[in-house]
Design a binder for this molecule. Structure first.
Ligand code: PLP
Length: 453
């Protein structure tokens, strides 16, 4: 017997919850969508209404909601133990998962440090990079304390990850709290920050990275990058070869490369990891979101042995990495991740993505005919549709136009849950989504944009 009604839940949601990235004064005016269940590609609300999940529940869901294999793996582990600490103890699923992650990530990454969210995975990579240079070769490189990151970057919301972020809207107010960071121009070809155009630009944005490195490498610990796609910036897709070039430059200038695969990892770009597209092994790799297929919070930061060994020494040498969260390496979350990867492998999910990716690509083509669609960017099953006030001049909609929000609310009325990034409508279907479902996502999105803009 339920001790609540849908009306009460809506009321309590407005009354008690402070939603993330949400202007609450506006939020409480609308009727909230209260999700109660999930089934495959669908979210089901408390009234039983079904919505296609067009953004994989914030880029996490891989095999669909309420998947039996994942539920069972979690249940099985729960019946053994829910949690034991990784500080000074080990547990079975975290060991098995670490071994698996080392096997499936680019060769050379062979140590796994667990945490619980994308932001913490990034925070850990930044701290490891910093401490690495302090300890390497008896401190010979201890002046390497700064980071290079991309304009428009998004790496999370903790102070360290915000420091390497490049989105003014999210980060500006916290500026006095943040550490200094060198930003290089984003490869945002539709609105090139260098005022150039492809292909005559000769990838000048990569040249800008080289200039910064040549000048400042003595003080740079690491460069952090979202490989191939800058997700939160509005699905900015880097030109082919950009990532490889950054890898070469980092090696040449003795700078660690941190690949933040939090959004792009686990198949979203069409390969298991985005770095694979360009044959790149970073020195540190951050994973989260899709790692458990969207079932439980878990993150991992992988490091090469070269990085790891700088932390080895006797107890009294104090080279230990003094970092760890209470739920680090949680066995239930690790079991979910193991089951997720097993399914990806057994069901040959990555190999089967080609058809869906092409379908999405074809389906997106007609959007460019809409009066207010300025640019369409896609890599794998990640897509961004940039809405503009004026197509000819690329004049953007203003913040107060709130155009993205209006479009997604229209889509919601028609049974599709999507979420905008400013003026960019994001589509990030589940890897398991069927072609007819994908078709419906495209159709609702198209008509919602056409109606609102
Ligand atoms: N890094 C990237 C590239 C992301 O896209 C995100 C979240 O969207 C994060 C880090 C932060 O992850 P989380 O929200 O799990 O802290």
């Amino acid at each position: 017997m339920k001790n609540y009604t849908s009306e009460l839940l809506e009321q309590w949601d407005r009354e008690y919850i402070w939603h993330p990235f949400t202007q609450m004064q506006e939020y409480i005016k609308d009727s909230p969508l209260v999700v109660e269940r999930g089934e495959g590609s669908y979210l089901i609300d408390i009234e039983g209404k079904r919505y296609l999940d067009g953004v994989s529940s914030l880029w996490v869901t891989v095999h669909g909601h309420n998947k039996k294999d994942l539920n069972s793996a979690i249940e099985e582990q729960l019946n053994k133990i829910a949690h034991s600490t990784l500080l000074g103890l080990a547990n079975v699923p975290s060991i098995l998962l670490a071994k698996k992650l080392v096997e499936i990530t680019p060769p050379g990454l062979n140590k796994v440090f667990y945490s619980d969210s994308g932001s913490t995975a990034v925070e850990i990579a930044l701290k490891i990079a910093f401490q690495y240079w302090k300890q390497k070769d008896g401190g010979a490189f201890s002046k390497k304390i700064r980071y290079i990151s991309m304009g428009e970057a998004y790496h999370g919301d903790t102070i360290g990850s915000v420091s390497v972020g490049g989105m003014e809207m999210f980060h500006d107010i916290f500026r006095p709290l943040l550490f200094d960071c060198v930003h290089v121009p984003a490869p945002y070809c539709y609105r090139c920050p260098l005022g150039l155009a492809k292909p005559s630009c000769g990838m000048a944005c990569a040249q800008a990275v080289e200039e910064v490195m040549a000048k400042s490498h003595h003080e740079i610990a690491a460069m952090i990058i979202e490989p191939l796609v800058q997700g939160a910036a509005g699905m900015i897709v880097a030109p082919e070869g950009y990532l490889r070039r950054v890898r070469e430059l980092c090696s040449r200038y003795n700078i660690l490369l941190i690949a933040d695969e939090v959004a792009v990892g686990f198949g979203r770009t069409g390969k298991m990891f985005a770095c694979e597209h360009e044959g790149v092994t970073p020195d540190l790799m951050c994973l989260a979101k899709g790692i458990t297929g969207g079932y439980l919070p878990l993150a991992a930061t992988l490091a090469t042995y070269e990085v790891y060994q700088a932390f080895l020494g006797t107890h009294s040498e104090c080279k230990t990495f003094f970092h760890g969260h209470t739920y680090t390496g949680n066995p239930v979350a690790c079991s979910a991740a193991l089951a997720n990867i097993k399914l990806i492998e057994e069901e040959r999910i990555i190999g089967g993505l080609g058809e869906k990716i092409s379908f999405l690509e074809q389906g997106l083509k007609r959007f460019i005919g809409l009066a207010h669609v300025g640019d369409i960017r896609q890599k794998g099953l990640m897509a961004g549709i940039e809405l503009v006030k004026n197509k000819g001049t690329k004049e953007p909609y203003l913040w107060e136009d709130n155009i993205g929000h209006k479009v997604i609310m229209e889509a919601r009325k028609n049974g599709l849950v999507i979420r905008p990034l400013g003026n960019v409508i994001v589509l990030m279907p589940l890897l398991s989504m069927s072609i007819p479902e994908l078709d419906r996502v495209l159709d609702i999105t198209y008509h919602s944009i056409a109606k609102i803009t």
